[in-house]
Design a protein around this ligand. Structure first.
Ligand SMILES: Cc1cc2nc3c(=O)[nH]c(=O)nc-3n(C[C@H](O)[C@H](O)[C@H](O)COP(=O)(O)O)c2cc1C
Length: 185
């Protein structure tokens, strides 16, 4: 088995790393980095992805960079806010720029944030969608309800159980990425 570092790309269904979903992804990436992974966060505010189908989108430089980065990545950590019972439009459009050739056979860790009560709608919808991309979402997942109370003023989680679940999710993604990579060797 190769000793190469696992490369993880973080995707958020909200603009900016300071949004709640951006914070979730960056906490997950930070933990993955502490476990030896190479991590990158795609910030849609800094490098917006056009809507699929809009004028000029097929030659967009951000899209080309995003797809190349996804192709080079071994695994993905993703968090979407729940909007009207499902993932945000930003999240769906981000996924719509990805195809089997970029993410097929690769591990995904799924998270969601909600203003209201925690549920699994957005997680389940992302899980179904990933089937069409031939990707491998791990069984562990994390939904954070009442998300405005989930972080303290320093941006740290207020509930140690959230940290425990987040670490379990990332550990599973890292283990799955190693297993899935070893199939190609
Ligand atoms: C258009 C829109 C729809 C939303 N729909 C839901 C919803 O169906 N359920 C829910 O719990 N929260 C809902 N929310 C709240 C978001 O889930 C919440 O804003 C998000 O998790 C991120 O938090 P932040 O806005 O503080 O970054 C909605 C927010 C917006 C803007």
């Amino acid at each position: 088995m190769s000793d190469a570092k696992i490369r993880i790309l973080g995707l958020s269904g909200e603009y900016r790393p300071t949004s709640k979903s951006g914070m979730m992804v960056n906490h997950a990436l930070e933990y993955a980095r502490s476990k030896g992974a190479d991590v990158t966060f795609w910030d849609c505010n800094e490098k917006p992805l056009p809507f699929v189908g809009e004028d000029g989108c097929w030659d967009n430089a951000n899209v080309k960079e995003f797809q190349a980065l996804a192709s080079e990545s071994d695994a993905f950590l993703v968090c979407s806010p729940e909007y009207h019972g499902t993932m945000s439009g930003v999240m769906k459009n981000t996924f719509d720029w990805l195809y089997d050739k970029h993410v097929g056979g690769k591990a995904f860790g799924l998270m969601s944030t909600l203003g209201g009560i925690q549920n699994a709608n957005t997680l389940n919808h992302m899980r179904i969608m990933l089937r069409w991309l031939h990707a491998w979402p791990v069984p562990e997942q994390l939904s954070v309800g009442h998300v405005k109370d989930a972080f303290d003023d320093d941006g740290q989680f207020t509930d140690p159980k959230t940290v425990e679940r987040l670490h379990g999710l990332v550990d599973s993604v890292l283990q799955s990425a190693v297993m899935l990579n070893s199939r190609d060797e």
